[in-house]
Design a binder for this molecule. Structure first.
Ligand code: IFM
Length: 457
């Protein structure tokens, strides 16, 4: 028995975690900032994608979103009042370089000056993500991540920002979830820029990983005491049956879903079995690229949401794999399977196979139908339980020897959930998009109660 939290996970106590375990919450620029045309910001691929009909389920965009660009003091107050020690946000590249490279927009830099100062003033650590999917549209017109020149542009962006903010920002995440920005964006076509070519997607992915490695060196040179990492979306993979064919499908899917990112980052190059399957679709790799990609980092960010169950499906090219929806399992409002115990397994596997210096859960959260009741409250017990169960799973991982150092809830605020528009709410805070009123949900109050215990010690 772990503790009484086995019966009621919401009884988990912060004191059960190691003393310096870091508690945080996460957001990203395009999902919350709005002010898309303000202070010289250039368009990003998401502005362009949202403008195309049929791309976003409710026809919306991030043009206004949570209006965080103007309401950031209130939002940072909310984060502080939760009791988090770390606030994770991302920078909109096209606010800084409206054309992606070259001319710098001082008003963009000034916004992040205000934000970072506001985070520090509230006693939180800023955790800055350089790239959370909003590539400047100007770069997309030159090939986007398919083009190697985007790596140079990213490096210049990382260089400028780390020089500018490095004395105040000590935690840097180069990229958020390359799977999503590259595979969903350049192959599945469901995210910006909406392309559907696997070979291009893999080339884009190679450039994203390369830019991570090169930017890591640049930030390190500019900020001697920086802690630098990358965030991946990782998934435990299971086979539908014990058959040899399904087990092989599981290995193939794990290859592209997880190992394609982890192996090169930890110095093993791209996985041989996946390369073989890809044949001529493998990306063009220059001498030295794999060494750059494997530049040592200080931590691995893991975003955990759900496991995937797969079966052998020979006609489903190129991997011969189909992801199946197992019936009868608990799911969130997104349809994602709820499986906290699989998160523990995943973290143990990462620890055993790759031994990152430190691991942080940089995102974890869920979406459900939130209802504002007659008293103006949102009693989101499902989300509260979801979070609590994942905290129990995080604690299990620590006890099992995983070098897990922190946990960030996704997300501080309801926000623009990409292709789902505003139809899915992940926040600890409810946003009334008509009035921009913020209401802390029951899950947020619970997280605050959980965290305050630490500060009362
Ligand atoms: O909203 C996203 C976030 O931008 C990246 N990780 C997953 C979240 C939920 O889908």
């Amino acid at each position: 028995m772990l503790n009484s939290a086995n019966d009621d996970p919401t009884l988990i106590r912060v004191e059960q975690f190691p003393e310096h375990f870091l508690w945080g919450c996460s957001t990203s620029s395009y999902q919350i900032e709005g002010a898309a045309q303000e202070d010289g910001r250039g368009p990003s691929i998401w502005d362009e994608f949202c403008a195309q009909s049929g791309r976003i389920l409710d026809g919306s965009s991030g043009a206004i979103a949570c209006d965080h660009y103007h309401r950031w003091p209130e939002d940072l107050d909310l984060a502080r009042d939760l009791g988090v020690k770390a606030y994770r946000f991302s920078v909109s590249w096209s606010r800084i370089f409206p054309e992606g490279r070259g001319r710098v927009e001082p008003r963009g830099l000034a916004f992040y000056d205000r934000l970072v100062d506001g985070i520090l003033a509230r006693g939180m650590e800023p955790w800055l993500t350089l790239y959370h999917w909003d590539l400047p549209q100007a770069l997309q017109l030159q090939g986007g991540w398919k083009s190697r020149s985007t790596v140079d542009a990213f490096n210049a962006y990382a260089d400028l920002l780390s020089k500018h903010l490095g004395s105040r920002v000590k935690h840097w995440i180069t990229h958020n979830e390359p799977w999503c920005s590259c595979i969903m964006g350049y192959y599945e076509g469901v995210h910006a820029p909406g392309e559907t070519n696997l070979q291009s997607a893999l080339q884009a992915c190679h450039h994203v990983l390369l830019s991570h490695g090169q930017a890591t060196k640049i930030i390190r040179a500019n900020v001697a005491d920086a802690k630098i990492g990358i965030t991946l979306s990782l998934h435990p993979i299971e086979s539908e049956t014990d058959s040899v064919a399904d087990a092989a499908a599981k290995t193939r899917h794990d290859g592209i879903r997880n190992r394609w990112f982890l192996d090169p980052l930890y110095g093993r190059g791209y996985p041989q079995d996946t390369l073989l399957l890809l044949g001529r679709m493998t990306p063009l790799v220059f001498e030295g690229d794999m060494v750059d990609i494997a530049t040592p980092t200080d931590f691995l960010g893991v975003n955990y949401y759900f496991p995937e169950v797969v079966k052998d499906a020979p006609s489903s090219l190129p991997f011969g794999v189909e992801v199946v929806e197992t019936p009868g399992v608990e799911r969130t409002g997104f349809g994602w399977q709820v499986a906290p115990e699989k998160m523990t397994e995943l973290l143990m596997r990462i620890q055993a196979d790759y031994a990152p210096k430190h691991i942080y859960l940089t995102e974890n959260g869920s979406t459900y139908e939130d209802v504002v009741n007659d008293s103006g409250e949102i009693i989101d017990d499902q989300r509260k339980r979801y979070l609590a169960r994942h905290l129990v799973a995080a604690l299990e991982s620590v006890k099992a020897g995983v070098n897990l150092r922190g946990y960030f809830v996704w997300s501080l605020l309801d926000n623009f959930e990409w292709a789902q528009g505003y139809l899915k709410r992940f926040g600890l805070t409810y946003i009334d998009y008509q009035t921009q009123r913020r209401i802390l949900k029951e899950s947020g109050k619970w997280y605050a109660r959980f965290l305050k215990a630490e500060y009362q010690k």
